[in-house]
Ligand binder design. Structure first.
Ligand code: GLP
Length: 253
């Protein structure tokens, strides 16, 4: 890969990818225990989160000084709802790693005023000194966080209407019932995401191959929000072989 700003690494499988990234995050946190981490939901980072939990359990990583910000949350759900992203993160990461609840930051899907909640979140990120390392997944339609493809993209944290395909891919959080998936969410904006000092996007499985190919080789367009990552100076894309199968080349992980 000749692009100095976009490093691509292709791993043999998603297990090796998750383990390698977990080791790297643990060593970054070892060097700078007060890291501010940006986190994503979705199936893709689950293995990574469990690996971080395993490192913590073996005493090989200390996350007690880390601050976290998640990308997004369903609008209309209280944090304690079993389908909320907050519940997902508690189950897969927070309770496994000793990350302190008072250092976890989340958009509140049941806040009285969406705009005020979004402004509060942007202020909280700025107040924490910005995000050092942002972990990202990618939707099959190229969304990042919940910035859906469209005619325009919001820069700051905002309220979004979810596409039918996004609601379908989130149905597992609601017992497989797509009708129970909220129609709206709050999401960090593309500007908020691009302000993170380092971005690491993970994509696995052949269903991601097309959007990954467009992200790497296509034009920057609001029709593929992930393409805006090309504007960032420090992006790493970590793939398994199926996600890289449409002509995306990278280093071997
Ligand atoms: C969800 C999340 C995104 C995530 C994406 C991919 O809707 N809000 O942050 O990157 O969809 O999900 P998955 O990893 O399950 O494919």
């Amino acid at each position: 890969m000749s692009d100095p700003y976009l490093t691509i690494t292709v791993f043999r499988d998603e297990r090796v990818l998750a383990r390698t990234l977990a080791e790297r995050i643990a060593s970054t946190v070892g060097e700078n225990p007060r890291q501010v981490l940006g986190l994503a939901t979705g199936r893709t980072p689950v293995r990574l989160y469990h690996e971080l939990g395993a490192l913590h359990a073996r005493g090989r990583a200390d996350f007690s000084h880390v601050t976290t910000f998640n990308l997004d949350e369903f609008w209309g759900l209280p944090p304690s709802d079993p389908g909320s992203y907050r519940t997902f993160m508690t189950e897969h990461l927070f309770r496994r790693t000793g990350i302190r609840p008072e250092q976890v930051n989340f958009l509140n899907g049941s806040a009285p005023d969406a705009d005020a909640e979004c402004a509060r979140y942007d202020d909280a990120i700025a107040g924490a000194g910005g995000i050092d390392l942002q972990i990202l997944g990618i939707g099959t339609n190229g969304h990042i966080g919940l910035n859906e493809p469209g005619r325009d993209l919001a820069s700051r944290t905002h309220r979004v209407a979810l596409k039918a395909s996004t609601r379908r891919s989130n149905a597992a959080l609601f017992g497989g019932d797509v009708d129970r998936v909220p129609k709206e969410a709050l999401s960090m904006g593309m500007g908020s995401i691009l302000r993170a000092r380092r971005l690491v996007l993970i994509a696995t499985g052949k269903s991601k191959a097309k959007c990954v190919e467009r992200l790497v080789h296509g034009p920057i367009t609001t029709k593929l929000p992930a393409s805006f990552l090309q504007l960032h100076g420090a992006v790493e894309i970590l793939l398994d072989e199926p996600a890289a199968q449409l002509g995306v080349r990278g280093l071997h992980g």
